[in-house]
Design a protein around this ligand. Structure first.
Ligand SMILES: [Zn+2]
Length: 688
């Protein structure tokens, strides 16, 4: 599993991916997907499947169960997944459609994107070839590691982590400069952990996982012939534990101002002596730099000091393990299987590996995403969807503008600036206007390892080449076949890939109340990210700058604090609470999203009464539409990992944690004191 370090200003996605990095080594020979499986799902007769409700549960006691209960009961999490639900059904659909495109007849003209896609896909599918190679593809990397004599040389290899399977104690990224959003900058962050978070090294709840991790490290070292694998594994886990102690928590990383520390390389060397920065930059093939932006500032000197005192032999062993682990999914079965056993089965409770074609499709999507996306939208994205979405976005934007005007806690001065920011919001729907050019990327049908390395280097060089160019505002951070959406604060834009514009999110044929609750809520969610606790720190141009009066800022923080307390009280698993601070931005966005959806639905009625369908009022259907999107089930281990690492609350709380702050929900479902979700009006959090 290759984990990329993401910059502080990374886009806020609607949902975390549930795709695991597993493989099915015993997969049956792949059969072609049947045409029926390529069709978008239908939800009941008007957009909501009434059979999913649980009539035995009162709406006011557990709205998630009331709306989705029977549907959830009837659902089995597929053996190859950590979670399953409405989102994941669409992910499966997108995957099947992508496969049909990739496996279309013909090889494609030599050098064409089609030929490259087929070569990459084929190289992953040819497991026989991978098995015959064993650990051989790792040989050049392992030889380079063994040849290292100094910390300088090791830092150089760590720099190569940006464009290869190597790992590093620090990560480098080329991203938008948050205080100068027309320019790119080299952004540096803490790294060095091969478990999902520092909590896995430092807290009791993950102590057993940490032990299993040490066994995985030992197995991997043994497989690559490293000496003393058992003893070395213990040393490496101790080393990563030291790095974990020095690392910032995920909550600390959410403070974009604290994560923004521009400096010259000379200042960096002074801040964090003991790490050979120039060798690191050289390894990353960066041009001579005059400025970098450092993320977790106080962690840098500590991690650099750990580096300086760690014996070179230990650094070499760490790098060897990290390379092998990062590459495992693309090697022979023993590597692949052991990586799956630890990262998917042990950490997330996933019993079986994903079928190989699904993993191959994900790989193509990750590495040549826009080439595949181009084909995808030609076949699966009707142009009228774009027009309808633009109308809906306009409705939601109007709703947010009106809410801002009516806020009782914000001064006119800040309101005017908020309205300006909203007016400058950019919207992207379906697919990019301008596609990536893959002509310089070489992909070979019989060289998976090389294909991935070339793909990573291609991507990195593309980013580095932009360092002195203005920020590309046409660029997308998600591919059209991705079932998700995002807000990018540095571009002040919301983005909706083609694949999410399908039921249960969006169906032009469905009842509009359901559409407003579902895709309307999603649009409102992304829009609200521009005004959540992180997004509000950026202005309309995407610049990280404080445009708030002190009083307004304090009043916002007080409201946000209330929401932190509400969510922190939720305990989805015994002893495992929601981290209200980590999930704050997403929770604000969920609350804002649903409120805006309801407002926009009301406005769409133009004063006419809402139709009643199957005995349900318009408002009731808006809430059902929202709940239907979050219908899902998750394995306990995966939930535990999510609670520690994911800024999104568990799906059940994306329903129950939100509705009980919405006055309209009490009215729609006649929720009264005594109902389990009931909050007195003065306990309901009101932000946007
Ligand atoms: Zn979000």
């Amino acid at each position: 599993m290759k984990r990329l370090w993401l910059c502080a200003a990374a886009a806020c996605a609607l949902s975390a991916s549930s795709v695991t990095h597993a493989a099915d080594t015993n997969a049956p020979s792949p059969s072609s997907p049947s045409p029926a499986s390529l069709e978008a799902p239908r939800m009941g007769t008007w957009g909501f499947d009434l059979h999913n409700r649980d009539p035995a549960t009162k709406a006011g006691d557990d709205f998630f169960r009331f709306a989705d209960g029977k549907g959830v009961d009837a659902m089995t999490i597929p053996a190859d997944r950590s979670r399953f639900g409405a989102f994941d059904e669409l992910v499966e659909l997108s995957s099947a459609r992508s496969r049909a495109l990739i496996e279309s007849p013909g090889a494609g003209a030599p050098g064409s994107e089609e030929a490259k896609i087929k070569a990459l896909y084929g190289s992953f599918m040819n497991q026989q070839k991978l098995n015959s190679l064993g650990a051989a593809p790792l040989k050049p990397e392992l030889a380079a590691i063994k040849a290292v004599k100094t910390r300088e040389e090791m830092a150089r290899l760590m720099g190569r982590g940006a464009l290869s399977f190597y790992g590093g104690f620090f990560g480098a990224y080329v991203g938008t400069d948050a205080k100068d959003p027309d320019r790119y900058a080299v952004i540096l962050g803490q790294s060095g952990l091969n478990l999902p978070d520092r909590d896995y090294y430092l807290t009791d709840q993950f102590a057993a996982k940490k032990q299993k991790y040490q066994a995985y490290v030992a197995d991997t070292l043994e497989r690559i012939g490293w000496r003393n694998p058992q003893g070395t594994a213990k040393t490496l886990v101790d080393l990563e534990t030291e790095i974990a102690k020095a690392s910032w928590t995920k909550v600390e990383q959410r403070d974009d101002n604290k994560m923004y520390n521009p400096m010259t390389p000379a200042e960096l060397a002074k801040l964090a002596p003991g790490f050979p920065w120039q060798a690191y930059f050289k390894g990353a093939e960066l041009p001579p730099l005059t400025r970098v932006i450092v993320g977790e500032k106080t962690a840098f000197p500590k991690i650099a000091a750990i580096y300086a005192k760690t014996p070179v032999e230990t650094l070499k062993a760490w790098q060897a393990f990290t390379v092998a682990s990062n590459a495992s999914s693309y090697l022979s079965q023993p590597f692949d299987e052991s990586h799956f056993q630890f990262y998917s089965k042990e950490l997330q409770g996933v019993p079986a590996q994903r079928e190989r074609w699904k993993r191959a499709t994900s790989l193509v999507s990750g590495q040549m995403g826009e080439a595949l996306g181009h084909l995808y939208v030609e076949t699966y994205f009707p142009p009228e969807s774009k027009a309808r979405m633009l109308e809906l976005v306009g409705d939601l934007k109007t709703a947010l503008g009106q809410r801002i005007k009516k806020l009782d806690w914000m001064s006119d001065a800040t309101k005017a600036k908020a309205a300006t920011k909203l007016g400058m919001l950019n919207v992207k729907i379906g697919y990019p206007n301008k596609w990536r050019d893959y002509s310089a990327l070489v992909q070979k049908p019989d060289d998976l390892y090389g294909n991935i390395e070339r793909g990573q280097a291609f991507e990195w060089h593309y980013r580095v080449a932009r360092l002195n160019k203005p920020v590309d505002r046409d660029e997308w951070d998600m591919t059209p076949q991705t079932v998700n959406a995002y807000y990018d604060p540095t571009k002040n834009e919301i983005v909706f890939p083609a694949a999410i514009l399908a039921p249960p999110f969006f169906d032009p044929k469905a009842d509009m109340a359901v559409n407003y609750g579902a895709i309307g809520g999603v649009i409102g969610h992304e829009m609200t990210h521009g005004f959540d606790d992180q997004g509000r720190q950026y202005d309309g141009t995407g610049k990280l700058t404080d445009w708030w009066t002190k009083e307004d800022s304090d009043r916002f923080d007080a409201r946000a604090k209330q929401l932190v307390a509400q969510y922190s009280a939720f305990e989805p698993l015994p002893g495992a609470h929601v981290n209200g601070g980590l999930t704050l931005g997403e929770n604000i966005a969920d609350l804002g999203g649903l409120l805006l959806a309801l407002d926009a639905y009301h406005a769409s009625l133009h004063g006419q009464p809402a139709p009643v369908i199957d005995g349900l009022t318009g408002d009731q259907r808006v809430f059902l539409g929202w709940a239907q999107v979050w219908k899902s089930k998750i394995r306990d281990d995966a939930l535990r990992q999510r609670l520690a690492t994911d800024p999104h609350s568990p799906e059940k709380l994306r329903v129950n944690g939100v509705v009980h702050n919405v006055d309209g929900w009490y009215a729609a479902y006649d929720v009264k004191p005594g109902d389990k979700l009931y909050l007195a009006p003065d306990q309901r959090v009101r932000i946007w």
